[in-house]
Design a protein around this ligand. Structure first.
Ligand code: HEC
Length: 173
């Protein structure tokens, strides 16, 4: 009994300590804070597992068609993905260096993500990171599928192709 009471007392003290730490403003929310390696590892695992479990939509039959990839390039430009992730021949904005976690080079991650996973991430965003939900930003499902198709093909897209396909893109309002 005494042992259990001691555990209970410790839990209460720990709870109060955490309350003071977080609500007293001692925890720093600065974006420059490096996460401990274990936290980064855990967050990456949680993100990957979550995307794997949630991404269940089937791509449309036309997924990967040239027309769809080109429409995707235009939508990619309109929705401003290049600001954070860059694009063929387009540098990402300087401010993206200040994002934490850092936006990945999509050419490098496109091979690891299935069409359904790309669709889900672009549609829903990634909570507590700079990655927005493009459904909330007004993108329709067919636009999101086309963006996913473009991202899948990124490593084959030349600077000139991207320039031509995105030439008539207007920023979304
Ligand atoms: C404001 C900056 C910003 C914009 C704009 C943005 N992203 Fe992201 N994106 C991020 C960040 C930051 C991450 C990393 C999140 C993480 O590490 O969990 C990310 C992650 C991703 C991932 C997941 C990579 C992975 O390994 O799971 C994909 C795919 C992606 N973005 C695609 C897009 C597309 C397509 C667009 C445009 C429709 C876009 N992003 C617009 C910041 C942005």
């Amino acid at each position: 009994m005494r042992f259990l009471a001691a555990i209970g007392a410790l839990a209460i003290v720990a709870g109060i300590g955490m309350g003071v730490f977080f609500f007293g403003g001692y925890y720093s929310v600065a974006g420059t804070n490096e996460d401990p390696a274990a936290v980064t590892w855990a967050l990456t695992r949680v993100r990957t597992a979550s995307i794997n479990r949630h991404a269940n939509d089937s791509p449309p039959a036309s997924f990967g068609d040239a027309a769809m990839v080109q429409a995707g390039a235009k939508a990619y430009a309109s929705f401003g993905c290049a600001n954070c992730h860059g694009a063929p021949g387009v540098m990402w904005q300087k401010y993206s260096e200040g994002l934490h976690p850092y936006p990945p080079d999509l050419k490098k991650v496109a091979g690891d993500l299935s069409p359904a996973q790309l669709f889900w991430v672009i549609k829903n965003g990634i909570n507590m990171t700079g990655m927005p939900s493009f459904e909330q930003a007004g993108a329709k499902d067919d636009e999101i599928w086309s963006i996913a198709a473009f991202v899948k093909k990124l490593s084959d897209v030349s600077d000139g192709d991207y320039k031509a396909w995105s030439a008539s893109a207007e920023p979304k309002k």
